[in-house]
Design a protein around this ligand. Structure first.
Ligand SMILES: [Zn+2]
Ligand SMILES: [Zn+2]
Length: 143
């Protein structure tokens, strides 16, 4: 138990593909999302049937994790925002390029310490990311 009603890290995925699409003869999907609470695997919002977000609506399980190989980000349908862990991971390889900017560096440190965000954290993240994007645009990414 994580103590967070939206996430149960121990729950296994429901199967290799979208539950509802697999039950339909012509069901297909672009990408898969796994419900972080019950393990339901559903198709993404770019897929024709959008079963992952429908599952979130009908079950009250708002948080999904990507079920694509190599992806481990979380997403919250109720706040329409991605979780900090994903952002930190994305930004980590570039952290050294911010080393001469104490403010950006301190944001990255704070974000890394959170792991998973609450609404207020996500607001802070959003403004941090905007500034970091601007920073990267102006100075370029490390090679
Ligand atoms: Zn589906
Ligand atoms: Zn669920």
């Amino acid at each position: 138990m994580s103590g967070d009603p939206g996430i149960d890290p121990a729950v296994p995925p429901s199967g290799p593909g979208c539950v509802e699409c697999l039950a339909t003869p012509d069901g297909w999907w672009f990408h898969l999302r796994r419900c972080a609470r019950c393990g339901h695997v559903g198709c993404c919002d770019s897929s024709p049937s959008q079963h992952a977000s429908r599952h979130a609506d009908s079950s009250g399980h708002p948080i999904v994790r990507s079920y694509e190989p190599g992806e481990d980000w979380f997403y919250d349908y109720t706040t329409d925002e991605a979780f900090l862990g994903m952002m930190v991971k994305v930004l980590a390889p570039y952290a050294w390029s911010f080393a001469d900017d104490p403010e950006v560096l301190s944001w990255l440190g704070q974000l890394a310490a959170k792991g998973k965000g609450e609404k207020a954290d996500l607001d802070a993240l959003r403004s941090s990311l905007k500034l970091i994007e601007k920073y990267v645009r102006e100075r370029g990414l490390p090679r």
